[in-house]
Design a binder for this molecule. Structure first.
Ligand code: IMP
Ligand code: MG
Length: 178
């Protein structure tokens, strides 16, 4: 593959942190009815590694919401493209997301899912860019705080590409200025 930028988080570092997160979540949800809700498509690779580290009989569901399209900044418009398959009333819901940037996507999702009366609702994200926050979001489990740079790989895309890179890379600005 072409060189697309500098490695920010390599595979062994991701793996180690995800096993820590999985152990923590296992502890916290021991007597609960856990549903892991992955946000398509960015969270898919993180989620599939994370659930293997959670030693509980959880279930999985997915939602798809509109986000950036081709651009590298948020439009602020959130639309549900695919909703959950199951009811979450009385369940313990853990939203799994790739990255929290402005917070607009998760802010909307939390309000939406709360109205369905889960027993509990928490958020786990692989990456957090705290300096970019526009609306407050309470993220319960964070893989890594990262600086304000556009990253790809490990599920994260630019124009639907680069999700399959096995580590997190800072996208070379030359690629989006092309
Ligand atoms: P937010 O609504 O601004 O918090 O953005 C959340 C969504 O924007 C994420 O789920 C990603 O799809 C996308 N996003 C934000 N920052 C990046 C990035 O650095 N690389 C790739 N996608 C990003
Ligand atoms: Mg995206």
């Amino acid at each position: 593959m072409e060189k697309i930028g500098q490695v920010l988080i390599d595979e062994p570092t991701l793996k180690k942190r995800i096993s820590e997160l999985g152990a923590q979540i296992t502890e916290d949800y021991r007597d609960k009815d856990l549903i892991v809700v992955g946000i398509l498509k960015g969270a898919v690779i993180f989620l599939s590694d994370l659930v293997k580290e959670i030693d509980l009989p959880l279930s999985m569901d997915f939602m798809a919401v509109s986000s950036y399209g081709l651009s590298t900044h948020s439009s602020g418009v959130v639309r549900i493209l695919k909703d959950l398959d199951q009811e979450i009333e009385g369940k313990d819901v853990l939203i799994v997301e790739d990255i929290v940037d402005t917070g607009l996507t998760l802010h909307y999702l939390v309000e939406n899912l709360k109205s369905r009366k889960p027993n509990s609702l928490k958020i786990c994200c692989c990456l957090d860019k705290p300096s970019r926050r526009e609306v407050p979001v309470n993220v319960d489990y964070v893989g890594f705080d990262i600086p304000d740079e556009f990253v790809v790989g490990y599920g994260l895309d630019y124009g639907e590409k680069y999700r399959n890179i096995p580590h997190i890379c800072v996208l070379d600005p030359a690629i989006y200025k092309k």
